[in-house]
Design a protein around this ligand. Structure first.
Ligand code: PLP
Length: 392
């Protein structure tokens, strides 16, 4: 059975160029970059080149990049590191639709004496910036808002948000894990103080991330240890993965525009066809201002999990929301925050494409999905009853 992978917001295939660039560091170039001898020094040079490549993609200074292990670490580092640096600041502003890496970190802090404001979203998944303005307090220490939502692909107006945040001189953290590599992100002249990215969403293996820390931003290290990363993140550097991330950023920089056009066309074809050929189907999240690769669709009166299992039997790998929350029968917190009706939130499927998807794969999904939904509705007493009601 052929695997058709359309779950790229969960993780991505490692690009062959990325893997190729990593291999020497598993074999010959195994020195420790902290060592004084030449063998360590040559490894340091490769780390610095990778740092330059990440910085080039983001439009920042290489010295503003710190390598981490993943997006979750970067999110924790940003939020907890800033609050520790400003002990009098006890208020955090975030949104109701953040990834658990931010959401659970903020909720953890809220149980330990911090005050938390979670901004709401409308039915299209967009924020109300007046609510942000009204939420800002004297003791607000950090505003942490994602660039693009992992479940719906909805992109927030980050620079407009940042203008409001910076009028109050508050530190602005952006979880850009889903944005970097998919849409242009430029930190030059930006209001962003801290930005988190994760390699495995842009074709590196899992286990590497990077953190942008604008020069002059006060932040305490999260991983405390040696003097690596100029004392900002302890732990011997994950050299092969850092080199791989550098290559992935270089590829993204070169290809992002043409990949966007290609992926968007396939995504739109899939989305338009499924919406047209399946009764009681809807798009979750706004149609414009959205990642070009993401489509979150609800097929009312069926269980999303059941759809996914049937798709999986055909080799089609999609998802019902964030990989970290699937497995729970609760509808997604993102769709609930958007006010998606219960019957639709339960039947949601996220298709997230990449440059490695082909037209034939999309045609296959288009052909196979509607009959699955039809069969599931026929065998589900819930589906039959509710569907009849809605079609009256
Ligand atoms: N933030 C967002 C928006 C994500 O989508 C993810 C992963 O899905 C993360 C953070 C966590 O990244 P990582 O898997 O690298 O820890």
């Amino acid at each position: 059975m052929k695997t058709i992978y359309v779950d790229n917001n969960a993780t991505t295939q490692v690009a062959p160029e990325v893997l190729e660039s990593m291999l020497p560091f598993f074999k010959d170039l195994y020195g420790n970059p902290s060592s004084i001898h030449f063998f360590g020094g040559q490894v340091t040079r490769h780390i610095n080149v990778a740092r330059e490549k990440v910085a080039a993609l983001l439009g920042c200074d290489p010295m503003e990049i710190v390598f981490t292990s993943c997006g979750t670490e970067g999110d924790n580092f940003s939020i907890r590191g800033v609050l520790e640096a400003y002990p009098m600041k006890k208020h955090i502003i975030t949104t109701k639709v953040e990834h658990p890496a931010v959401k659970n970190t903020c909720e953890y802090l809220a149980k330990r004496g911090y005050f938390l404001t979670e901004l709401s979203v409308n039915k299209e998944g967009m924020l109300n910036l007046d609510e942000l303005r009204e939420s800002i307090r004297e003791d607000t220490g950090i505003v942490s808002i994602m660039y693009a939502n992992n479940e719906t692909g909805v992109i927030f107006p980050i620079e407009e948000i940042g203008q409001i945040v910076k009028e109050h001189n508050i530190i602005f953290h952006v979880d850009a894990v889903q944005a970097v590599g998919k849409i242009p992100v430029n930190l030059k002249n930006s209001t962003i103080d801290l930005l988190t990215l994760s390699g495995h969403k842009l074709h590196t293996p899992k286990g590497i991330g990077a953190q942008f820390i604008r020069r002059g931003t006060k932040i305490r290290p999260f991983v405390i240890g040696g003097h690596q990363e100029k004392g900002r993140r302890g732990g011997t550097e994950n050299v092969p993965y850092i080199v791989g991330l550098g290559t992935a950023c270089e590829l993204a920089m070169k290809n992002i525009e043409k990949e966007n056009v290609y992926v968007r066309r396939l995504r739109d074809k899939l989305e338009n066809s499924l919406l047209a050929n399946t009764p009681n189907a809807r798009l979750n999240g706004r149609k414009t201002m959205r990642l070009p690769n993401t489509s979150n669709l609800s097929f009312e009166y069926v269980e999303g999990e059941a759809i996914l299992l049937h798709l999986s039997e055909l080799g089609i790998c999609a998802s019902s929301g964030s990989a970290c929350t699937s497995g729970s029968l609760e509808p997604s917190h993102v769709l609930r925050a958007m006010g998606v009706p219960f019957t639709a939130a339960h039947g949601s499927v996220r298709f997230s494409l990449s440059i490695y998807n082909t037209e034939e794969e999309i045609d296959y999904i288009i052909e196979q999905t509607p009959p699955i939904i039809k069969t599931l509705r026929e065998i589900s007493p819930f589906g039959r009853k509710e569907l009849k009601e809605s079609l009256k």
